[in-house]
Design a protein around this ligand. Structure first.
Ligand SMILES: [Zn+2]
Length: 305
């Protein structure tokens, strides 16, 4: 039984996950980015609490954390909304509290491992996991191994530049995939193109735009077309660069994937002439809302079993 810990910007979730990737108990608490000691205490408490609920003890702990993290040393890097966690070693601290082997990865890498091990990507060894929500992130698995860059660094697929004259991005460039195709980019596109008073503001989200498109709203349909185009371009780049067996799509925006898929395929077919793009399968993530906890547990299996 693996204790799974998912550390995000707004909440910390803990769960107990069995050897088939099923979540048997869960607990969560808001994240206090300034206070690591309080966070550690809450995690230890929730791990004890969920273990007691299931009537077992954990045999290992896996952590998926919003990055950057150092997966080898188990330390947090410079994360904007976790200033008090910087350089803290959660792996060492949990190993000390529970005396079980513990491992940590970036949360997108954790989810990629879960989809490759227990989810939609199970039969594929060259797989890219892409999550599209408030940002765009992902993880790359090549020949069954999680790809790591220099010093164990996690590649940022959301910051590939698709339009150098596009909107500015926090990374320093303009026109990154994330700034053109994440959920907020859909809302920003609508803001630029809708006449005053066209939409109820505030509160328009990518999800709402997708609903309006389904109801036949023409401007929302244009926003969806624009979104599909940029999703397709970013995915086409991944296909040209990696020629993977499969790309697994996840995240809140991808809950409306049916609206974008035709356009995505059309964009990919329109380019990618020199690679067998038709052989890369585009599939939806299959692990649902527990995917972060399942991913955290999979981190342990990937490292130790
Ligand atoms: Zn960027």
């Amino acid at each position: 039984m693996i204790g799974a810990v998912d550390i995000g910007g707004t909440k910390i979730a803990v769960g107990l996950v069995d050897e088939k990737g099923r979540v048997l108990a869960r607990a969560q608490t808001p994240t206090d980015g300034h206070n690591y000691a309080k966070g550690l205490e809450a995690i230890v408490g929730m791990l004890r609490e969920t273990s007691a609920q299931v009537g077992t003890t954990v045999t290992g702990i896996g952590i998926g954390a919003t990055g950057p993290v150092d997966p080898i040393r188990g330390e947090f890097g410079d994360v904007d909304f976790l200033p008090g966690w910087r350089s803290k070693n959660l792996v060492a601290d949990l190993e000390q509290s529970f005396s079980v082997p513990t491992a940590m990865e970036n949360d997108a890498d954790a989810a990629a491992l879960a989809e490759a091990g227990w989810g939609a990507g199970r039969s594929h060894t060259r797989l890219i996991y892409v999550t599209v929500g408030t940002g765009i992130g992902g993880g790359i698995i090549l020949d069954g191994k999680l790809y790591r860059g220099v010093d164990g660094a996690h590649p940022e697929i959301g910051h590939q530049v698709l339009d150098a004259s596009g909107p500015p991005c926090s990374c320093g460039f303009r026109g990154c995939w994330e700034s053109l195709a994440a959920g907020p980019a859909m809302v920003a596109w609508l803001d630029r193109h809708a006449p005053a008073g066209y939409f109820e503001r505030p509160g328009v989200t990518a999800k709402r735009i997708c609903e309006l498109a389904l109801e036949g709203d023409e401007l929302a349909q244009q926003a969806v077309e624009h979104e599909g185009y940029y999703l397709g371009l970013g995915l086409a780049n991944l296909i040209s660069l990696f020629t993977p067996d499969a790309i697994v799509l996840s995240g809140s925006v991808m809950k409306s994937a049916a609206l974008f898929m035709e356009r995505i395929q059309e964009v990919i077919r329109g380019g990618c002439r020199f690679v067998p793009a038709g052989k890369t399968e585009l599939m939806l993530a299959s692990l649902g809302d527990d995917s972060n906890l399942i991913g955290a547990a999979r981190v342990w299996h990937y490292r130790f079993s």
